[in-house]
Ligand binder design. Structure first.
Ligand code: GRF
Length: 187
């Protein structure tokens, strides 16, 4: 199977997926990285891994449908089967949902449906919950709302800060996401 990874930031989840492909734990190929932030760290990581990148600036387009049409053309050109969102900070629109419905997954740093949207780690700390976690789910038109595929809980320690908790979250993500991706590509 051929996958595309969409990311807006650092790309540590992208890196974890690349590593699991290199070890053979994920039997798939990353055919494309899509990035909406031309300066994002994930772009250099993709170049280092010799994976093609489609990066764009949403401000150069009038509508989401316009840039998603370009993304869709890239996905089709590269015969992508599965879209992996890994810190892509943008809702997926109808253009991509119509073409790739049920084939787009996301990872979110909370136990959904708790704490959707931005800064889920900060939201969990502010709420004072003692357990948070990570969710992998199918993507629909909502914000972090699609059917849940897998979750893993993380205990919040008394002295956790946003930095230490975010670090724990990332550690869990880097294991859980590759596991789920391998299951999805082996179906
Ligand atoms: C992750 O915490 C992911 O759950 C969220 O965005 C973050 C991306 O981190 N959606 P990275 O760019 O993979 O390091």
């Amino acid at each position: 199977k051929r996958i595309a990874v969409f990311a807006s930031g650092n790309g540590s989840n992208f890196q974890a997926i690349v590593e699991r492909i290199n070890t053979g734990e994920i039997k798939a190929e990353i055919g494309l990285v899509v990035c909406d932030k031309p300066q994002a760290g994930v772009i250099n990581r993709a170049k280092d891994a010799q994976i093609p990148v489609f990066s764009f600036n949403p401000k150069d387009y009038d509508t989401k449908a316009q840039f998603e049409a370009e993304i869709l053309a890239e996905l089709q050109k590269r015969e992508i089967d599965l879209v992996i969102l890994a810190g892509y900070m943008r809702l997926i629109g109808q253009t991509l949902l119509s073409a790739y419905g049920g084939k787009i997954v996301n990872i979110h740093p909370s136990l959904l449906p708790a704490f959707p949207g931005i800064d889920a780690v900060g939201q969990a700390l502010s709420a004072g919950v003692k357990v948070t976690g990570v969710t992998v789910h199918y993507v629909d038109a909502g914000m972090d709302t699609g059917p849940i595929i897998a979750q893993k809980a993380i205990e919040i320690a008394e002295d956790d800060t946003k930095e230490t908790l975010a670090e724990k979250v990332h550690q869990v993500e880097h294991v859980l996401y590759p596991e789920v991706i391998q299951k999805l590509v082996s179906k």
